[in-house]
Design a protein around this ligand. Structure first.
Ligand code: Q0Z
Length: 275
């Protein structure tokens, strides 16, 4: 790509500048689990996540403007409007899992939301909650209170990001639930365009930016299987790997079954397989 300047690498994605106003976001087939990128690629993963994000951007454009300009023919690259990204992660939780469950268990609160007593792991919350987090460049994002997030981005921007995040989550979670997928929580990244408008960026409502659970295996009080990564986790748990890099290679059947799970999620949500 002679006309693209590499701006950065995520664990499983690459970001390039096309010009002053446009970026190219490329989703690789790399997979990470237990916070480590595996040495084995999952065929079609990048195209599945890119197609899923594009699907949600199209379906939610009436809720919120987004950065998507064009999907490239390779299926894994999207041209995006360049934004000034907000320095917070806009997380919405409909269920109590991960760091939300951890914070609730130790304090009864998540990001300053006092929750009812006696909730169990993975339980659905009475209403989805906005639980902003810091963007850690190294290490882990940390949940911050709504007040702290409002200090960082300003009260008006905060209120707008919260309202849009909750509306996006409600729409997507209801849609996915009818198709057998629970979106337990999700992370949005917003930016501001040249005209000052808040715009949804990055990837959205994919299994890499969200917790997807198979609805038919959902059980309160347990940690439900990951829709996409469960075969990988189950395999790695059979080894005595200590979860520090380098990660072990995956066997062919785990690769094939995981690739099929990603495509299955895409078909369930969009009705379309990748080209
Ligand atoms: C996204 C990221 C990746 C590394 C910056 N529309 C936008 N405008 C400005 N910045 C971004 C976007 Cl999407 C932006 N990231 C996340 C993606 C590799 C970091 F592929 N960082």
């Amino acid at each position: 790509m002679p006309d693209a300047v590499h701006l950065g690498s995520g664990k499983v994605r690459e970001l390039y500048a096309l010009d002053d106003e446009r970026l190219l976001l490329v989703a690789s087939d790399r997979i990470s689990t237990f916070d480590v990128v595996l040495p084995t690629a999952i065929p079609d993963k990048g195209r599945v996540l890119t197609g899923m994000s594009a699907f949600w951007f199209a379906r939610t454009a009436d809720i919120c403007a987004n950065h998507l300009l064009a999907l490239r023919p390779d299926g894994r690259s999207t041209e995006c409007r360049r934004l000034e990204m907000l320095p917070i992660e806009c997380v919405v939780r409909g269920y109590l899992s991960g760091s939300g469950w951890k914070d609730y268990r130790s304090t009864g609160e998540v990001s300053g939301h006092r929750l009812p007593a006696g909730l169990r792991e993975s339980e659905q919350l009475p209403e989805p909650i906005f639980t902003p987090a810091t963007k850690a460049t190294s290490g882990h994002d940390e949940n911050i209170t709504r007040a702290q997030a409002a200090e960082v981005v300003g009260a008006e921007r905060f209120a707008e990001a919260e309202r849009l995040s909750i509306a996006l989550y409600r729409f997507a979670a209801a849609y996915a639930r009818e198709r057998g997928i629970i979106i337990a929580d999700t992370k949005f990244e917003f930016g501001v365009d040249r005209t000052g408008r808040l715009v949804l960026g990055d990837e959205a409502l994919t299994p890499d930016s969200s917790r997807f659970w198979p609805a038919d295996q959902y059980q309160v009080g347990t940690s439900p299987p990951s829709y996409d990564k469960q075969f990988v986790r189950d395999y790695l748990e059979t080894l005595d790997w200590d979860k520090t890099p380098p990660a072990p290679k995956l066997p062919a059947d785990v690769i094939a079954r995981t690739s099929a799970k990603y495509r299955e999620a895409l078909v369930k949500l969009t009705g379309k397989n990748i080209a």
